[in-house]
Design a protein around this ligand. Structure first.
Ligand code: NCD
Length: 322
């Protein structure tokens, strides 16, 4: 299948790289969400499916992953496709012998029909895509973006709030390094009248370039540094982990790692009755376990499962099987 290199998806996923939420437009998001709605019964009811039969997808993960890796792997298999799974290529592939990223991509594109890649460096997935003549999907590139996480997050918001516009969202934690937030802001900017409060320590705010770039899209971004500035009417709380692996100085990490933590008290004071609490996971102390049973918590239930459904839809569309 020849690859298409034009940027915006425009409702046609076939043969496309999926690198950034910047490629998305409303018809493409609609199509993706409807496809996920239609395909999820295959997973829930364990129905045999031939949708991806004959296809093999490389999962090339240079960084640790549980949910993204596990959901891509099972999404593809659930639809009858196969995977070539390379976790930690630095140890198990010829990368360990000094092979370049470009040659690594040339190798796996010779054997498979798509490459899902995670890498610690921002921009590495773009380099891979520029070499590959098959679709490359960004499963997280350093502090850059994590588009498929944002897609499943938006699908979860749509499913629970019934809309993706006119929302007040609180994002908390690591705005500087959190790639899921970088993609989510881009995605929510496509819809009207959204306001995002960004709660983080001063040192973990968005870069000024990102802040300017995002603000020009029509979305309202409000940076806050204290819990007492959390608006009590927020529809969504999107909590995140402080990204330890991005810190050069771990003593700096220690100072901020659980500066913002969801406790019962915080929920009781600032969260409205019908909000939802999300987190891309993993959490490392920033949401107390006592919150898990709150009916507003969706991170361990809907949000995680939706990762599989959205990735089923994305692979079926990208490989041109739907
Ligand atoms: C996120 C990531 O890798 O960016 N995890 C995920 O894919 N669900 C968030 C994180 O690691 O904090």
């Amino acid at each position: 299948m020849p690859k298409r290199n034009d940027n915006t998806i425009n409702g046609n996923f076939k043969g496309r790289n999926i690198l950034s939420l910047d490629q998305f437009d409303l018809p493409s998001l609609d199509l993706l969400f409807k496809t996920a709605d239609n395909l999820k019964a295959i997973a829930i009811d364990a129905k045999p499916s031939d949708i991806l039969k004959g296809t093999i997808t490389t999962l090339l993960f240079f960084e640790p992953s549980s949910r993204t890796f596990g959901s891509f792997s099972t999404a593809i298999k659930q639809l009858g496709g196969q995977t070539l799974e390379i976790q930690d290529p630095q140890t198990v592939s010829s990368v360990a012998k000094g092979e370049t990223l470009e040659d690594t991509i040339r190798t796996f594109q010779s054997y498979t029909h798509a490459i899902v890649m995670r890498h610690p460096e921002k921009g590495a997935v773009q380099i891979a895509a520029s070499v590959a003549d098959i679709p490359v999907i960004n499963a997280g590139d350093g502090t850059g973006e994590h588009p498929t996480q944002a897609l499943l997050d938006m699908y979860t918001i749509y499913e629970t709030c019934g809309r993706l516009d006119n929302l007040t969202i609180l994002c908390a934690g690591d705005m500087l390094n959190g790639r899921t937030v970088h993609s989510l802001i881009r995605g929510l900017s496509l819809y009207k009248n959204n306001t995002i409060y960004l709660l983080s320590p001063k040192s973990l705010k968005l870069t000024r370039d990102d802040f300017k770039n995002f603000s020009q899209r029509g979305i309202i971004l409000v940076e806050i540094e204290s819990e007492k500035d959390i608006p009590k009417y927020a529809d969504v709380w999107y909590w995140t982990r402080v990204q330890k692996e991005r810190f050069k100085d771990l003593s700096e990490y220690e100072k901020v790692k659980t500066r913002f933590t969801v406790t019962k008290e915080l929920m009781n004071t600032y969260a409205k009755k019908d909000m939802i609490l999300m987190h891309p996971l993993p959490r490392v102390g920033e949401i107390h376990e006592e919150i898990d049973s709150d009916p507003r918590s969706v991170y361990l239930s809907k949000e995680m499962r939706n990762g599989k459904y959205i990735r089923m839809a994305l692979m079926a569309l990208t490989l041109g099987r739907i």
